[in-house]
Ligand binder design. Sequence first.
Ligand code: HEC
Length: 465
Amino acid sequence: MPPFYPTHDFGPAMKGMVIGGLGILHVFLAQFAIGGGMLLYYFQWLAERGREPDARRFLDGFFRVLVLVSFVLGAVTGVAMWLTTIQVGPRTIGLMVDEFHWLWAVEWTFFGVELVSGYLFYRYAARLPDRTRRILLAIYALAAWFSLFWINGILSWQLTPGRWLEGGGLWAGFFNPSFWPSLLFRTVVATTIAALAATVVINTMAELDRERRRRLITRAAHLMAPMIAMPLLGLWFFAVIPADSRAWLLGGSVPMTMFVAIAAGASLLVGGYAALGLLRQKLYVNGATATLLLALAFGATGAGEFVREGARKPFTVREVLYSNSIGRDEVAALRARGSVTDDPYPLAGADAALPPELALGAKVFRLQCSVCHTASGANGLAELTRTWTPTQLRMNVAMLQRTKGFMPPFAGPAAEVEALARWIESLHGAAPASDRPAASPAELAAIAAWLDEAGTEPAPFEVRP
Ligand code: HEC
């Protein structure tokens, strides 16, 4: 039987959305800190070689403060990610820790080096000789990139565990099929974000005349050149993800396809502007345009993360663990035992006062559905089921993975389907369950037959949307 953990209810915000929102901010900051390190290194090199008279002014200016702020905020939002994920998907985190224990330690070590070297540069750069400055920046940039390297293996394993599923072990899981395309893709995003942020900062350097600022901007734009590889990296990524996820992202699901289009479109705009305007024609980019491009890059990052998270449904670890923290191999046992029979945690808030049958339904919702649905807020069950007849509701819940292929199979007996259905009906303002007769044995038998018909496995690949 799966273990239970206390969960947290974020009210009208869906749990998955809370993690997603925080994750996007975290990824953006962390990627900026990585690209920022590379950009600082490049400018230090330009300064040392005497290739760019204003490089040093840029290095000792506001940009390095921005890098410091972003890795501090990156660290804070990183901790916040742990805090929210242990409330929303504790078993996912548990599995990640079990499988990759030492790799987390390695990741953390690199992050520590990033922090120390970054801070040393920020604090002492003005007093240090050139060579030491460059070494410090090289250490910072490498450590920052390697912290991405390590975390990327663990995150991409969630989507494409590859040979790890057949007992390939830790390294098969780490160097999984989407490891390289996502690492390279994120690296390109990191340098692009840094170049755009640098352009904004250079625009604020009022002490330089326009021509000198333009030269600095053209230098910074060199870090956007790798964007040329983005379409190829994107195709590579799509080629290695499972066929069902691919079909879902490329047309199968309208919202998902829209997010793919937003990510691709925004990247294309930024890339096109960089290639033509900055690198070829060496245009001057003013602060407003640079801010707009940066906002586009933020939008693309957000849409991209959304796509990556969404592509895994119904799993958080592909083929092994469902988004609602129930193991694929646990469903059959939970059908017999009851999914919340052993749940020791009482209902909170208004739910604490529910009569027993509705309370059972509320607990089933909390365990099996609340990671992707709210009662009546975002992706709310009340709205989704408003027009359904009682029979339709029970059948669609019992055959959940057939209702929508990106939902996991229902993991409880007929009595839990019935209780959940009644709880959903109570959201519509139906008569209180206590005023209605309990489900008859024949009604429960019909639900049990639907459960059996749908089976305990996820929707087969072909029909996952
Ligand atoms: C992995 C995430 C996930 C889980 C877990 C999940 N759902 Fe869903 N469900 C979705 C998504 C996404 C949709 C699509 C919403 C839309 O079409 O706007 C959906 C749609 C639905 C719909 C509407 C289907 C239709 O055909 O219109 C119902 C009803 C529903 N879910 C019930 C449930 C119930 C009950 C549970 C728990 C037993 C559950 N879901 C668990 C993600 C999930």
